[in-house]
Design a protein around this ligand. Structure first.
Ligand SMILES: C[S@@+](CC[C@H](N)C(=O)[O-])C[C@H]1O[C@@H](n2cnc3c(N)ncnc32)[C@H](O)[C@@H]1O
Length: 270
């Protein structure tokens, strides 16, 4: 495992004792349905538009060196798919998938005739059972989406399965700053300021912006998430914290000799 920029070490999680956040598919889909019309504006406001920079950094590490298509899972309103289409050679098809119809409707409206976004294909699909054959996409990405997928490991396995051998799986996700002081200030902003601003905008669902800090607090980051990617069958997994560790890009390669991963199941007594 290679760590770039600066090394991060796991720290005690202040939310570790909180009850587990409800990430059932129906709850998550409904939450994004409610905030879909304001999602982009809120994203840029709450992150002071740094989210655009994070997506730009993510696109920059993609090696688009074959004619195979690219898949952006949990694409939401499509910003990462659109940014990928800008960079991709003309013959490379970009596909965005998400299970929330309302988010995809906005993504579809953002496509512009005569631009690279025109040909992006948006597909309604659950990331835990992607409707694609294995070895299809040269890069498979997810931005701020994996944290919301009910079964993180199944989401990672599916991303790996549909990736071509030698291709890249790239995850952009919130993480927790390690720097003492900044970590506390960030925690305060995330838990107290952000949900209040969020509620002003997302009037229909007051829990949506409470969900954000809770889900980030309970999601693995740094080495812990890198290990989950390795367990999903990826090799050469590395991660790059950005903006003092507020977000991190993780990347792994699907091995040429990939055989799939063994899914551990609990033995049924029935
Ligand atoms: C925070 S948004 C991120 C959207 C976009 N990738 C971005 O960078 O702004 C998370 C998205 O993940 C989607 N999502 C969550 N769980 C999913 C699942 N199991 N399958 C497909 N999409 C899912 C939600 O519908 C939502 O659009």
């Amino acid at each position: 495992m290679v760590v770039t920029e600066h090394e991060t070490t796991p720290v005690a999680d202040s939310d570790a004792a909180s009850p587990l956040v409800d990430k059932s598919g129906s709850r998550v889909r409904e939450m994004f349905r409610q905030i879909a019309p304001r999602y982009d504006a809120m994203n840029h406001l709450l992150s002071l538009s740094i989210d655009r920079y994070w997506r730009w950094r993510t696109v920059r590490i993609l090696k688009l060196d074959s004619a195979a298509p690219v898949l952006d899972t949990c694409t939401g309103t499509g910003d990462l798919a659109i940014a990928i289409a800008k960079k991709a050679p003309k013959n490379v098809r970009v596909v965005g998938s998400d299970f929330c119809h309302a988010m995809l409707e906005i993504a579809i409206r953002k496509r512009r005739a005569g631009t690279t976004s025109e040909s992006i294909e948006f597909i309604e699909a659950d990331s835990q059972s992607l409707p694609f054959p294995e070895n299809r996409f040269q890069c498979v990405t997810v931005a701020f989406g994996l944290r919301n997928v009910t079964d993180t490991d199944q989401g990672l396995r599916e991303m790996t399965r549909v990736c071509t051998p030698g291709g890249q799986v790239v995850v952009l996700e919130f993480s927790q700053p390690r720097l003492i002081g900044l970590r506390q200030a960030y925690g305060f902003y995330f838990r107290n300021v952000l949900p209040r601003i969020g509620q002003l905008f997302a009037r229909n669902d007051k829990s949506a912006y409470k969900y954000l800090p809770e889900s980030v607090g309970q999601f693995p980051d740094g080495q812990a998430l890198a290990d989950r990617m390795t367990a999903a069958g990826l090799t050469d997994v590395r991660f790059t914290p950005m903006t003092f560790g507020v977000a991190t890009i993780y990347q792994g390669t699907k091995p040429v000799a990939y055989q799939g991963t063994k899914v551990s199941t609990t033995e049924s007594t029935e």
